[in-house]
Design a protein around this ligand. Structure first.
Ligand SMILES: [Zn+2]
Length: 303
């Protein structure tokens, strides 16, 4: 969908009262709306937090989400669970905002990027000249090859990055400080952030065990909830993860977390590079159902 069409659709859902109606409906349910982002400016973050608070939503922590899933924590109405993936340095600027509004925040941390300063995606896009020729034109192809092969390429990029690129991920000391914050919870996100469906069973377990071990060592936490790196998974990946100490798995798929949620992984609605109105619809899991409806109607009319 074109940018202008998306803007108009979001604006109409927002101004027609359709979104408001959906929020009223949501509040009558016992559910959690997971919301996630990567890099988000403090001003933008505050705008969304203020809007969510104005709608009358309460925020819950990672521990409360786990409690809800395990039947130890009861939820009346619809609550918001806000998480940020990958430990971007810019996330540090959001701490004054969560303090101002007393909002719990979950950070899903991959440990190798914290140790080195860079995530694999940034390296692959910033250091394309060091990639084998066939990936120079299409960096995304790297997500489709076996992890072992991709890691051989990325290892060289990590060597090249020193002195060439500015650190984009928080340091170990910053992670330690964040983990001590009473409003911050730390979740698992694997060690090197691979595409899990491209990993062997042994590699998947190694990525999780190492991530948990390192987090225990750095910040003395033992997360039981893992966010899937790149949101990528299949049945084998989920099965393998649950053979480790991880009890709950979160995705980047839209939807609501319900107390009868036997289906894994847990949905989280993403804030995109989009208009404020569109992101409000996205956070309420009200964007995809509407765009899907329009696409279906267009297909019927055009066929
Ligand atoms: Zn990630």
């Amino acid at each position: 969908m074109k940018k202008a069409a998306k803007y108009l659709l979001a604006l109409s859902l927002f101004c027609s009262g359709a979104l408001k109606k959906e929020i009223t409906r949501l509040k009558k349910q016992s559910c959690i709306l997971g919301i996630y982002a990567h890099e988000l400016g403090a001003k933008e973050f505050e705008k969304y937090i203020r809007w969510l608070l104005r709608q009358g939503f309460e925020f819950i922590s990672l521990e409360e989400v786990a409690g809800f899933l395990e039947g130890r924590y009861e939820i009346n109405g619809c609550k918001i669970w806000f998480s940020l993936d990958d430990g971007w340095r810019s996330n540090l600027e959001l701490i004054p905002v969560i303090e101002k509004y007393n909002i719990p925040l979950t950070l899903f941390i991959p440990t190798y990027p914290v140790e080195t300063g860079y995530d694999r995606d940034t390296l692959e896009h910033e250091l394309t000249e060091y990639l084998p020729d066939k990936y120079k034109e299409n960096v995304k192809l790297l997500m489709e090859i076996p992890e072992e092969e991709r890691w051989n390429i990325d290892r060289e990029l990590y060597n090249q990055a020193k002195g060439k690129l500015k650190r984009v991920v928080i340091t170990i000391d910053e992670l330690k400080k964040l983990a001590q914050h009473p409003l911050v919870s730390i979740g698992a996100h694997t060690h090197t952030h691979p595409v899990l469906s491209k990993c062997s069973k042994v590699k998947i377990k190694e990525e999780i065990v190492l991530n948990l071990l390192k987090l225990k060592g750095y910040v003395n936490v033992k997360p039981e909830l893992l966010a899937l790196p790149n949101g990528n998974y299949n049945g084998r990946v989920l099965e393998t993860i649950l053979e480790t100490d991880i009890k709950h798995i979160a995705s980047i798929e839209n939807g609501k977390i319900l107390n009868d949620n036997t289906v894994l992984p847990l949905p989280r609605n993403g804030i995109a590079t989009a208009s404020f109105y569109e992101n409000c619809c996205r956070m309420m899991d009200f964007w995809y159902p509407n765009t899907q409806k329009i696409k279906q109607e267009l297909n019927i009319k055009l066929s």
